[in-house]
Design a protein around this ligand. Structure first.
Ligand SMILES: Nc1ncnc2c1ncn2[C@@H]1O[C@H](COP(=O)(O)OP(=O)(O)OP(=O)(O)O)[C@@H](O)[C@H]1O
Length: 394
């Protein structure tokens, strides 16, 4: 039960206050102190949701008590009670950090309102603190999820590029084979940029039918086509002040490419069925596993759009070109997977790692992660070369 401290040298007033307030606030426990010195002792040893304190008291006055108590517990909420003609001191208490004051003779309704408001404010502040902690824990978790592991020169170069481009709003095209880590790079850029407070909206261009992509990206108004039963915001608008990640951009139809090009040229989007244009402040990151030069030569990708998207190009090489990352990746996945499964951590012995380094990883890091998961479930501890031979068919 949360507690409220009443500091008042007049015992009669103290008990009247307590009886009125405990009727109004049955969820709180009331504690009393008879002067500032006693109040300070209570504050030091206990936590209070609120302190109601008289100003004129023997030994340590209410003003002094307020200052000293706030030094010990800066978050404490105070409502002061001032005697007749004591208004200046009461106002000084507000400057020193009290939430409110009530003048004697006490108007009961005014007292109850002030106490309720003080408690509401304090609860809001506490709730906010909890949300802030949750928020930063979640952010840390998300950032951990998008941590890039590896010590190869190729990975270091990628990390340096990410650091450099994150601070700008330049468009980035990430290329490389499936499962190599392109999405991870996109998340790392967003997380390290000033836009990290804003959203990161992902669109898998290959997964959306070409007739729906315009509405998906730019939104639509009700009735603009069969099935458009209400207005819908597009991903570009949803990504305002953040980042839009256009994954598998190489698979986008030429019609959709023309529309994306217009949006990039003008920084404006127009929902399907609407003649109004919406200004969007969005950073664009795109990724593809296709060879864009070949796609352009084959007439499948617009060259002008390619140049708009690839102000900076980051190439994520296949795992086979950076096998020195395998050991660190295996150790990392092993930790992540045992955490996910809630099982004890399994290690890989040197020969098991060597065997894994000897394979060709056409599915890249995604494939390696799956193999580590399989070995953790089926293999011994530590996982040996024999486990690799038994459970990995290559
Ligand atoms: N350097 C890395 N460190 C840790 N995990 C990684 C790394 N690179 C990739 N991964 C993990 O490998 C998996 C595949 O990565 P990701 O989805 O980023 O690849 P991709 O290139 O976008 O693949 P696709 O082209 O198929 O979409 C993910 O689980 C990702 O977290």
């Amino acid at each position: 039960m949360q507690k409220i401290l009443i500091v008042e040298d007049d015992k009669a007033i103290s008990s009247v206050l307590q009886s009125i307030l405990s009727d109004e606030l049955p969820d709180y426990e009331f504690v009393s102190a008879e002067d500032g010195l006693d109040g300070l002792k209570q504050v030091e040893k206990d936590d209070f949701a609120l302190v109601i304190s008289d100003i004129k008291m023997p030994k340590v006055s209410g003003t002094e008590f307020l200052k000293q108590a706030l030094q010990v517990k800066p978050d404490l909420t105070f409502v002061m009670i001032s005697g007749h003609g004591d208004i200046d001191t009461a106002v000084a208490c507000l400057k020193d950090g009290a939430y409110d004051f009530i003048s004697k003779p006490i108007d009961i309704n005014r007292l109850i309102t002030s106490v309720r408001n003080a408690l509401d404010k304090r609860n809001l502040v506490k709730h906010n603190q909890v949300l802030n902690v949750e928020n930063s824990t979640l952010k840390k978790k998300v950032n951990k999820k998008y941590q890039m592991i590896g010590s190869s020169p190729a990975l270091k170069k990628i990390q340096e590029m990410i650091e450099k481009v994150a601070t700008s709003d330049a468009r980035v095209l990430i290329t490389g084979p499936n499962g190599a880590g392109k999405e991870l790079v996109a998340h790392a850029i967003h997380a390290q940029s000033d836009r990290s407070k804003g959203p990161m909206i992902e669109v898998n261009c290959a997964a959306i039918p070409s007739e729906l992509i315009e509405s998906e990206l730019f939104g639509h108004v009700k009735g603009s086509f069969t099935g458009a039963i209400k207005d819908k915001q597009g991903k570009f608008e949803l990504a305002t002040n953040g980042t839009i990640f256009l994954d598998e951009i190489g698979d986008m139809s030429l019609v959709a490419q023309a529309k994306v090009l217009r949006a990039l040229q003008e920084s404006k989007v127009s929902p399907v069925g609407s003649d109004k244009e919406v200004k969007v402040d969005v950073r664009v990151i795109a990724a593809t596993n296709k060879n864009m030069q070949k796609e352009i030569e084959a007439g499948k990708f617009r060259e002008d759009l390619y140049h708009r998207l690839s102000v900076i190009e980051i190439y994520v090489p296949p795992l086979d070109e950076r096998k020195e990352d395998i050991k660190l990746l295996v150790e990392h996945f092993s930790k992540v997977i045992s955490d996910e499964h809630g099982t004890a951590l399994k290690t890989f012995d040197e020969n098991a790692i060597k065997a894994l380094e000897g394979f060709s990883w056409t599915g890249n890091i995604r494939e390696l992660r799956n193999v580590v998961e399989r070995l953790i479930i089926l293999g011994s501890n530590p996982i040996s070369e024999t486990d690799v031979a038994s459970f990995v068919r290559k």
